[in-house]
Write a protein that binds this ligand. Structure first.
Ligand code: FES
Length: 111
């Protein structure tokens, strides 16, 4: 199992346990975590599932791929250095991630 803590845009927190290797977006959806959407259904192209990884224990997230950086708009917004696509993050057993979900307008989501 992996332990995933989400800090909502209003500062409230929610922690869930998910199967190892399950991507963060899918795990959040299975547990009805609000404020995190995936407009491209986890294809890694829309950038709507952005999270800011605040802490990771038991695992180091891999470097972002060029495709992930494109979806995040890193070239246009260099201040997004800590952002990741939730659909591209999948932690192994025993890992714990703490992530902040940015506000809608900050993440560029359309809903
Ligand atoms: S759901 Fe579209 S990039 Fe993650």
């Amino acid at each position: 199992m992996q332990m995933l803590t989400f800090v909502m845009p209003d500062g409230t927190q929610r922690t869930i346990r998910a199967a190892a290797g399950l991507n963060v977006l899918y795990a959040a959806a299975l547990h009805d975590v609000p404020h995190l959407c995936g407009e491209c259904a986890g294809e890694g192209v829309c950038g709507s599932c952005q999270v800011l990884v605040e802490a990771a224990t038991g695992w180091t997230p891999p470097e972002r791929s060029p495709e992930e950086e494109l979806a995040l708009g890193i070239g246009r917004n260099p201040d997004r250095g800590e952002r990741r696509l939730a659909c591209m993050l999948a932690a192994p057993s025993g890992a714990a991630l703490r992530m902040r979900i940015p506000p809608l307008d900050e993440a560029g989501r359309t809903r």
